[in-house]
Design a protein around this ligand. Structure first.
Ligand code: ATP
Ligand code: MG
Length: 381
């Protein structure tokens, strides 16, 4: 039932979420705003979406029976995490319309499969090799030069990745990652990182958000800002690329395309995410339609909302490191004009764990970014 009916899902119907982390929680709140009921499946009992959900199922991703239970009575099911075993996705799709569907999620969920799919469809990528043992990893780094060895499954926020300079380091990285499959990517000379978010309906109509410009530190997003400041020509290229990828995958819902702009102007795809994305958390400030509302609209066969930029805006992540001496004093951030504080309700703060984010608007993207960074600095004290 991945196609499903294209009749608008009426208010009062139930939307199911595979995943009740912060992305599920924020999407669930948007679903509530549109009058839908919400239920959630997550392996963690106290997941962030619990308070927004009428019925929360606590079960492993591999539990196809629990996945079926989630889908029963749902008008649509969506997901906030792509690494869900195929049998669980299929169990959902047999019971309720799953958006995005099994095939696009399966294609994206494993890094090697995703890269090879992008390559087969002639989308622009940096040089890479798929490797399945330490000797292949060593040979790949010998061929590619300084590289990043990335586990094909299970990595996020820069975890499951090792940066290497020499071939022996490539071998050691493969051994350290203990993953059966890795992707070795040449280390690129990145000038700017952007992402483009696409929303696409079951009837094939889609819209792209203008690119967001992103700063990562040690593989984790630090901040993102809109407008991105890239040229109009680059913006067109990036949006068209993302729309073509979403079309080719047959996405219903959202697709985030992370991209690298190199020093020489090349535009390359880094990776895909078939769900809301950290680099568009400020979409609720910059655009008439937040990414969360847009996802609900797309999966409920409602008209897609405008993605124009109405106001420059930025986001800054709040990682668990800030919680080292207890919860930070958010009043300091809230005192800065235009700043909003978003906390995900996670009980346990660990270094690197995404606990919340700050957003800010401004008259210019520089001002929005300045405000959100000042608010972050204020929380550090
Ligand atoms: P996330 O889940 O946060 O998107 P991830 O763990 O999937 O991250 P990637 O997107 O593969 O990781 O990489 C994280 C960051 O590391 C990128 O945004 C970029 O800053 C840097 N990076 C990744 N691949 C390369 C590369 N081939 N060359 C140079 N830098 C890279
Ligand atoms: Mg990434």
């Amino acid at each position: 039932m991945s196609g499903g009916t294209q009749t608008p899902v009426p208010a009062g119907a139930t939307i199911g979420f595979l995943g009740g982390g912060q992305l599920g929680r924020m999407t669930a709140m948007a679903a509530r705003t549109l009058g839908y009921d919400v239920r959630v499946l997550d392996p963690e009992k106290d997941c962030p979406a619990r308070g927004v959900s009428s019925h929360t199922i606590t079960a492993a991703w591999s539990d196809a029976v629990a996945a079926t239970e989630l889908a029963q009575g749902c008008a649509a099911v969506t997901l906030e995490i792509e690494q869900i075993p195929r049998p669980s996705l299929e169990a959902v799709a047999r019971t309720a319309p799953l958006h995005p569907g099994v095939e696009p999620v399966f294609t994206v969920q494993e890094r090697a499969r995703q890269k090879q799919w992008l390559e087969r469809h002639h989308f622009p990528l940096g040089p890479f090799r798929v490797v399945t043992d330490a000797a292949q990893a060593e040979a790949a780094v010998a061929a590619l030069g300084p590289s990043i060895v990335k586990a094909a499954m299970g990595g996020y926020d820069g975890r499951g990745q090792v940066r290497v300079k020499t071939a022996p380091e490539g071998r050691a990285a493969f051994e350290k990652l203990k993953a059966p499959v890795c992707v070795v990517e040449a280390f690129l000379d990145i000038h700017t990182e952007i992402s483009v978010l696409v929303a696409r309906r079951a009837d094939g109509t889609g819209v792209a958000y203008p690119p967001s410009r992103n700063l990562h530190t040690d593989g984790v997003l630090t901040w993102a800002v809109t407008p991105s400041g890239v040229s109009a020509e680059m913006q067109d290229r990036a949006e068209s690329l993302a729309l073509r990828i979403a079309d080719a995958l047959g996405i219903v819902g959202l697709l985030a395309v992370e991209m690298f702009i190199l020093g020489d102007g090349q535009l390359l795809v880094n990776e895909l995410a078939p769900r809301p994305h950290n680099t568009y958390h400020h979409s609720e400030r910059a655009h008439p339609t937040s990414q969360f509302e847009q996802l609900v609209r797309a999966i409920c066969h409602l008209p897609l909302g405008s993605t124009e930029i109405v106001r420059p805006a930025a986001i800054h992540n709040l990682l668990g490191d800030l919680w080292e001496q207890g919860a930070p004093d958010v009043t300091k951030a809230l005192a800065i004009p235009g700043v909003r504080v978003h906390l995900y309700g996670k009980k346990e703060a660990r270094p690197g764990r995404k606990m919340g984010h700050l957003s800010a608007d401004g008259d210019t993207p520089a001002q929005a970014l300045e405000r959100v960074c000042a608010a972050y600095e204020a929380l550090k004290r």
